[in-house]
Design a binder for this molecule. Structure first.
Ligand code: HEC
Ligand code: HEC
Length: 304
């Protein structure tokens, strides 16, 4: 090879290597700014009232906490896909002698209402944008329930973002992944949920559905869940939604995972096992609210 060309190629590859290094550094710095953002949340709280534990047990089951934190709440590896990310639902049980009930209550409030940890950093994947609607009373009940559970001696690895996950985050491809970015941190939690059995209670409880079924409840492709995820169904009273369903159909679908036509609702993407553990009165309220929503014509199911 001509020595000039060789020199040229060499300097060319140095330029490529340098640009790559700069791109990697930029992705790292831009993602780090969001992952380490300090939300400066401050919520000192009293220890939770133990009498609320039964209410908390019901909430923990029906709001799907166990899906990501483990059936015994001792923590769970939810996703292990480096170089994308490793996502681990934290061990939510308390180690005797090592945990302070007031601080644990605060940890729950920060995580559920703000989507941040004790250092006010954003939590990864924890769906706090939906849980931020829980009332202060409900958060206290959840905290009381977990405080009363036996400690599970298990230390799952910490959640971490890999280079691919960081690149997707910076590229705007991980919508809703950092709930803290979507939450209004100036707004405190409402004190208590509206009375059970009302449309208002249904609206309160149905906020849990909006992360997937969208805030208009008309459904569509989900921003998370990967390419194999089915679109979230249209839940409005339109014929393309739940128009033909009765309340009995709805409650049966949530309890059994079957649509009125006998087909299966995909439990890998629709948490019907959790939602189905809500009480009759809760499901009745959610149904009332879904029925009161404006009908939206949007076909989401590919197979009928
Ligand atoms: C879709 C999965 C998912 C669901 C559902 C979920 N969590 Fe989480 N949660 C996570 C992940 C993942 C983390 C850890 C995030 C991290 O380390 O950045 C987390 C973190 C937390 C933390 C913060 C712990 C800490 O170290 O500060 C609390 C508290 C918590 N979750 C409580 C709950 C409760 C209560 C529920 C149910 C109402 C719930 N979570 C439902 C995935 C989930
Ligand atoms: C984590 C995402 C997620 C959440 C949260 C969620 N859903 Fe779903 N839901 C789905 C997906 C995806 C489907 C479609 C499943 C399929 O095609 O098999 C679905 C399907 C359904 C169906 C079946 C309708 C049909 O025609 O197929 C009903 C009813 C339903 N969801 C109600 C709810 C309610 C009520 C809530 C809140 C209390 C809720 N979902 C919360 C993702 C979710």
């Amino acid at each position: 090879m001509h020595p000039g060309l060789k020199r040229y190629l060499k300097s060319f590859s140095i330029v490529i290597a340098a640009s790559l290094a700069i791109a990697v550094l930029a992705v790292y710095l831009l993602s780090q700014r969001r992952l380490r953002h300090d939300y400066e949340v401050s919520v000192p709280l009293a220890p939770p009232r133990a009498a609320l534990a039964a209410e908390g047990a019901q909430l923990a089951r029906s709001r799907g906490c166990a899906d990501c934190h483990g059936q015994d709440f001792g923590g769970k590896l939810v996703l292990d896909k480096m170089p994308f990310a490793r996502l681990v639902g934290t061990n939510l049980t308390h180690e005797p002698g090592k945990s302070n009930p007031a601080r644990e209550h605060e940890r729950f409030y920060r995580a559920l209402h703000h989507g941040v940890d004790m250092q006010s950093r954003p939590l990864l994947m924890m769906p706090s944008a939906e849980f931020t609607h829980l009332s202060a009373h409900e958060i206290e009940a959840l905290s009381a329930y977990l405080a009363g559970l036996p400690y599970v001696r298990r230390t799952p690895p910490a959640s971490a973002m890999g280079p691919l996950g960081r690149a997707l985050l910076v590229g705007g491809k991980l919508q809703g992944f950092l709930s803290a970015e979507a939450i209004d941190h100036a707004r405190p939690a409402v004190a208590a949920a509206p009375p059970l059995g009302t449309i208002a209670y249904g609206e309160h409880a149905a906020q849990l559905c909006t992360g997937c079924h969208r805030s208009d409840f008309g459904g569509g492709p989900m921003s998370h869940g990967g390419p194999s995820a089915p679109p979230a169904a249209n839940l409005t009273p339109d014929a393309s939604g739940l128009g033909a369903w009765s309340e009995v159909d709805f409650v049966a679908a949530m309890r059994t995972g079957k649509r009125p036509d006998g087909s299966d609702i995909d439990s890998a993407f629709m948490p019907w096992r959790a939602v189905g553990q809500a009480s009759d009165q809760e499901l009745h309220s959610i149904w009332l609210y879904l029925r009161a929503r404006p009908a939206i014509a949007r076909t989401t199911r590919t197979v009928q």
